[in-house]
Design a protein around this ligand. Structure first.
Ligand code: GLC
Length: 566
């Protein structure tokens, strides 16, 4: 029987246990996304692991976040970076053991932080016991009924059952030896589970309970919008992911109303625990997102609207106002996300011209279009905007170091199935998953005792955490300062007032009177009256340069720093 060590609980956790007040930490939390296999490697196999992550946890404390979301750590053949799971209730030996997971959770709690784990209900790995049983049992069996097995079209069934495409390219159907086809909305190594099957539903509840009992504070639900499939399997024109999420309506497998029944069941389970949360990866039309945030649904959902927005004051402003209002309308807070393990890092995105197709640009170019210095400045400013907003902010590991996308990794190291399945038309997501540079020297810059699973570019040495930690002008110092001030001044209320300071200026004020001003234009702007608390670029003569952000406190405030709430 596994137990969660409870030594040295923090005051916050004691208050939680005592049930002093409902603990809704996620509403304002700053969450650090840890892509475990690229965070810290303790044993020299080139893959980040739990003991390595545990040893580096103080980085998160010094950064000033409230929680850590860990990408999948389950046994997996790693055909999709661990989102292809062969056992949902164990740890991959490359990452460690269940005891290491317990030690990690305890280490996080000891530091007063929370842990969110990634759960993947939509599919398993083709190595999962269930899938192997399904292959052995043959057509029409209960084992096949856990997945979507269909006969093919055409006289000999050699055509896929319909025209659905995989999100990673190619058909969403794979044929097995006896002639049937199975559905995989992602890689062929990720067969989709059939959520109409009660056994599938019950098993996932067991998985949730397993991790909640082990002590995790939250779960990030992968592909939360994809579980329900139209049981008539109609053709849909083969469009896996429309370019515009607003077009995601009446789709045969994304965002179908039936998913909400499932979520209600999980929410009931979580409500039986204290202070736990679920966050959805729901890639849906913005108008459909509030349904995922109703009181009997998710506690929060990723909001990808800023992640998809161009560097533009009007566009940012519109996203901020609508996201904040639509979350508030259902009693939730918004989340703010600029990067994650699935997209080009925003320090590179913002250095490319408007209208660039970021997923294709590494192949199509033109590569001379990239202005990395501008990208970094904007990335720092955008991060400050997100940290100043009401709601919760998600940071992707390496953002705090200003890491760029490594878009030119050698072909032979690419692992993302997108590269293979699109026949090289898209290089995929490896470029945002390169191991973290901790030190300026060493075979993998402090990531581990040997080279990492992906090579780090030479420029990563100059971005090493150890170097930035002692440089007050670094991206890391900026993140630390902003997150500290956020805790002190910005998380007590959910008020937001937009300020009109000019066409290219994004500005808003929080209930505490703190103002956030971002210059998204091409010339310097005069800052409004106030005491500058933190800026992403030097402010001289009250002028904020382009591609920069400043936070200001009202002059009436006697001191900008107040005692943090306990
Ligand atoms: C989610 C994950 C992504 C993964 C996919 C399939 O979108 O974020 O990394 O490839 O689901 O599980």
């Amino acid at each position: 029987m596994l137990t969660v060590p409870t030594d040295e609980p923090t005051r916050r956790h004691e208050a939680r246990r005592a049930g002093a007040q409902p603990d809704r930490w996620w509403r304002t939390g700053a969450v650090y996304q840890m892509y475990l296999r690229s965070f810290a490697d303790s044993d020299g196999d080139g893959i980040g692991d739990l003991p390595g992550a545990l040893a580096r946890l103080d980085h998160l404390v010094e950064l000033g976040v409230d929680a850590v979301w860990v990408n999948p750590w389950y046994p997996s053949p790693m055909r999709d970076g661990g989102y292809d799971i062969s056992d949902h209730r164990d740890i991959d030996p490359r990452f460690g053991t269940l005891s290491d997971a317990e030690a990690f959770i305890a280490g996080v709690h000891r530091r007063g932080l929370r842990v969110i784990v990634d759960v993947v209900p939509n599919h398993t790995s083709s190595d999962h016991r269930w899938f192997r049983e399904a292959l052995d049992a043959g057509p029409g069996s209960p084992e096949r009924a856990r997945f979507h097995f269909l006969d093919g079209r055409g006289p000999d069934g050699s055509e896929p059952p319909n025209d659905w495409s995989s999100a990673f390219g190619g058909s969403a159907w794979e044929r097995v030896a006896d002639g049937q086809w199975y559905l995989h909305l992602f890689d062929s190594g990720q067969p989709d589970l059939n959520w109409q099957n009660p056994e599938v539903r019950a098993d996932f509840v067991d998985t949730l309970r397993f991790w909640l009992d082990l002590g995790v504070d939250g779960v990030r639900v992968d592909v939360a919008h994809g579980l329900a499939k139209d049981p008539t399997y109609p053709d849909n024109g083969g469009i896996a992911v429309p370019r515009d999420r607003r077009d995601l309506v009446d789709h045969p497998y994304w965002d179908r109303d039936e998913v909400h029944v499932l979520i209600r069941e999980w929410r009931t389970l979580l409500d039986g625990y204290d202070g736990r949360m679920m966050v959805a990866e729901a890639v849906v039309s913005p108008t459909r997102l509030p349904a995922y945030l109703a009181p009997d649904q998710y506690h929060q959902s990723f909001n990808f609207d800023l992640l998809e927005a161009e560097w533009d004051a009007w566009g940012f402003g519109e996203v901020i106002v609508t996201s904040h209002a639509s979350a508030a309308a259902v009693g939730a807070t918004s989340t703010w996300v600029l990067s994650n393990h699935d997209v080009m890092r925003h320090a590179t995105r913002y250095g490319l011209p408007h209208g660039t197709d970021h997923a294709r640009w590494p192949v199509t170019g033109p590569h001379t279009a990239l202005d990395a210095a501008v990208g970094l400045r904007r990335a720092q400013a955008a991060a400050m905007v997100t940290m100043a907003l009401p709601g919760s902010v998600y940071l992707y590991q390496g953002d705090e170091l200003g890491l760029p996308e490594v878009w030119d990794l050698p072909d032979d190291v690419l692992e993302d199935p997108t590269w293979r399945r699109t026949g090289g038309a898209m290089r995929g997501r490896d470029g945002c998953r390169v191991p973290i540079p901790w030190e300026e020297t060493g075979p993998s810059l402090g990531f581990g005792p040997s080279e990492g699973w992906l090579p780090q570019p030479g420029a990563f040495a100059g971005l090493a955490a150890s170097r930035q930690a002692v440089d007050p002008t670094s991206t890391l110092s900026l993140y630390r300062q902003a997150l500290r001030l956020r805790r002190e001044l910005l998380v007590d209320d959910e008020a937001l007032t937009m300020l009109a300071l000019g066409d290219d200026v994004l500005a808003f004020e929080r209930g505490s009177g703190v103002m956030c001003v971002a210059n998204m234009g091409t010339s310097a702007i005069a800052l409004p009256d106030g005491e500058v608390l933190v800026t992403s670029a030097p402010v001289a003569g009250g002028l904020l340069p382009p591609d920069a952000c400043a936070w200001l406190a009202p002059r009436t405030r006697s001191a900008p720093v107040v005692t943090p709430p306990v």
